[in-house]
Design a protein around this ligand. Structure first.
Ligand code: NZQ
Ligand code: ZN
Length: 388
C-alpha cells in the first residue's frame, strides 16, 4: 500500500425528510447570505425547492436563487452565478440537485473569490487557493460530487469539458435523503449506476500491490450497485434500494476506496470528450467506454481482471486459463450495463466512428493518459474504435 493523506471533511446528513434541516445546517456552518443553485426544474416540480427555502427562512437565513443548470453544466451560467454572488455579497452556496448543479455551484464558489476568469482553474493556469463554502442537497445518485473534491464544467467556447479539484471545494455538508431520488427516470437511475461503478473501477484497476482493504471496499460497493440497481429500476419507490445506492454513490467517489493505491481515470477523460462533443449523459458514455477500455488493457494484469470476475460477478475461476475468467468478467459487466438499459456501443449514443480523430485531438494529450496502462493518443484511438 502507498502512503496517503485522506481528508474528507463533509458532514453527511442522511435519511428521510432531512432536507428540512437545511436552514439550521447553513447556520451551523456559518452561512448568512446564500445562493441556492439548481437545475432545470425537477426540484421545483417536486416541491423540494420550496421546502428548502422555507427551511432557510425559518432559520432567518437570507438567500438569492439561480436555476437553469443543464446536464454537463456550462460555463455561461457559472459566469452568471459568480456575478450574482459578487453583487449580492453571497457567502455560502447551496446546490440542490444532481452532480451538474453541484459542480456548477463549486465552480461559482471558486470564481466568486477570484478576480480573473474562473476558467483559469479548469485550464490548469491556476490552483484553487480559496472558495466560498458549498453544501448540497442531493437528488441524484451518480456523480459523487456531494463528497468529492472535484467539479467538471463544459466551456461553451469549443465545448471543452474539463475538471478542477481541491479539498477546498469538498461540500461542508451534504444532505442525502434517498426519498428524493425516487422520482428519477429509469435512464438516470441506470446512468447513475454506471457512473458509480466507473468511479470504483477507476480505482480498482491499479498496479499497486497488497491493497486488500481497498480492494474489498471497492468490491462491496460494486456488489451493492449490482444488486440494488435492478431493485430500484423495478420499483422506483423502493426506499431501501435507493438508500443503499445513495450511500454507495458517495463512498464510490469520496476516495475512501481509492487511498493508498495508484488510480487510473483514463476512461473518464476518454468519456468526457464524448459528453463534450455529443452532450451525452456521462454515465451512458462510461457504459460505452469502460468495456472497450477493459478489452484493450486486460492482458496487462489478467489476474486482477479475473479477481473482478470472481468476486464481483460470481464467475468461477478457471485456474488453467485465468484469461478466460478475466474476459468473462468483462462480458458480465457489459451484460449488466445492457440489462439496466445502458448503451454499450457508439451508435447507441449517437457517436460516430468518423469523429474519432476529432475526439482524440480534443483530448489534447501532452503525454500519456491513465496509470494502469499509460495510454498514448494511438491507444485512445483504438479504444474509441473498440467502442464503435
Ligand atoms: O435539471 P433537473 O431538472 O434537476 O433534472 C435533472 C437532469 O435532467 C434530472 N434529475 C436530477 N434529480 C432528479 C432528476 N429528475 C427527476 N428526479 C430527480 N430526483 O436528472 C438529469 C441529470 O442530472 P445531472 O445533475 O446532470 O446528473 P449527474 O448527477 O449524473 O451529474 C452529471 C455531471 O457530473 C459530472 C459529469 O461529468 C456530469 O457533468 N461528474 C462530476 C464528478 C465530480 N464532481 O466529482 C465526477 C463524475 O465522474 C462526473 O464526471
Ligand atoms: Zn463519473
Amino acid at each position: 500500500m502507498n502512503n496517503f493523506s485522506f481528508y474528507s471533511p463533509t458532514y453527511f446528513v442522511f435519511g428521510k425528510e432531512r432536507e428540512n434541516e437545511a436552514g439550521a445546517l447553513v447556520k451551523r456552518f456559518g452561512g448568512k447570505r446564500v445562493l441556492i443553485h439548481y437545475g432545470g426544474g425537477s426540484v421545483v416540480k417536486s416541491g423540494l425547492l420550496e421546502r428548502v427555502k422555507n427551511s432557510l427562512s425559518n432559520a432567518d437565513i437570507s438567500f438569492v436563487e439561480l436555476g437553469g443548470v443543464v446536464p454537463n453544466p456550462r460555463s455561461g451560467l457559472v459566469y452568471k452565478g459568480i456575478e450574482l454572488c459578487k453583487k449580492e455579497n453571497v457567502d455560502f452556496i447551496l446546490a440542490v440537485g444532481g452532480g451538474s448543479a453541484i459542480d456548477s455551484a463549486k465552480a461559482i464558489a471558486i470564481g466568486a473569490l477570484y478576480d480573473g476568469d474562473f476558467w483559469d482553474f479548469f485550464s490548469g493556469k491556476k490552483k484553487i487557493d480559496k472558495a466560498l463554502p458549498v453544501a448540497t442537497i442531493l437528488t441524484l445518485t451518480a456523480a459523487g460530487s456531494e463528497g468529492s473534491n472535484g467539479t467538471v464544467i463544459t466551456h461553451e467556447d469549443g465545448m471543452l469539458k474539463r475538471s478542477a479539484g481541491s479539498n477546498l471545494i469538498r461540500p461542508v455538508f451534504s444532505i442525502l435523503n434517498p426519498e428524493l431520488t425516487c422520482t428519477l427516470p429509469p435512464y438516470q437511475t441506470a446512468a447513475g449506476a454506471a457512473d458509480m461503478m466507473a468511479h470504483v473501477m477507476e480505482r480498482y484497476f491499479t498496479n499497486t500491490k497488497d491493497v486488500e482493504i481497498t480492494d474489498r471496499l471497492c468490491e462491496a460497493i460494486m456488489l451493492t450497485i449490482k444488486n440494488e440497481t435492478p431493485k430500484a429500476l423495478k420499483n422506483p419507490y423502493d426506499y431501501e434500494a435507493r438508500a443503499n445506492l445513495m450511500w454507495a454513490g458517495t463512498l464510490a467517489h469520496n476516495d475512501i476506496c481509492g487511498v493508498g493505491r495508484e488510480q487510473d481515470w483514463s476512461s473518464h477523460q476518454i468519456e468526457h470528450e464524448l459528453s463534450g462533443l455529443y452532450d451525452v449523459t456521462h454515465g451512458a458514455g462510461l457504459a460505452v467506454i469502460f468495456p472497450a477500455w477493459m478489452k484493450y488493457v486486460v492482458k496487462h494484469d489478467v489476474l486482477r481482471f479475473a479477481q473482478f470476475a470472481v468476486r464481483v460477478w460470481g464467475c468461477e475461476m478457471d485456474f488453467q486459463n485465468p484469461e478466460a475468467t478475466a474476459y468473462q468478467g468483462i462480458e458480465c459487466f457489459e451484460q449488466f450495463m445492457k440489462s439496466i438499459g445502458m448503451p454499450v456501443r457508439f451508435a447507441e449514443i449517437g457517436a460516430k466512428a468518423e469523429d474519432i480523430p476529432l475526439l482524440v485531438e480534443k483530448l489534447a494529450l501532452k503525454s500519456t493518459l491513465g496509470n494502469f496502462v499509460k495510454l498514448t493518443p494511438e491507444d485512445v484511438r483504438k479504444i474509441y474504435e473498440l467502442a464503435v
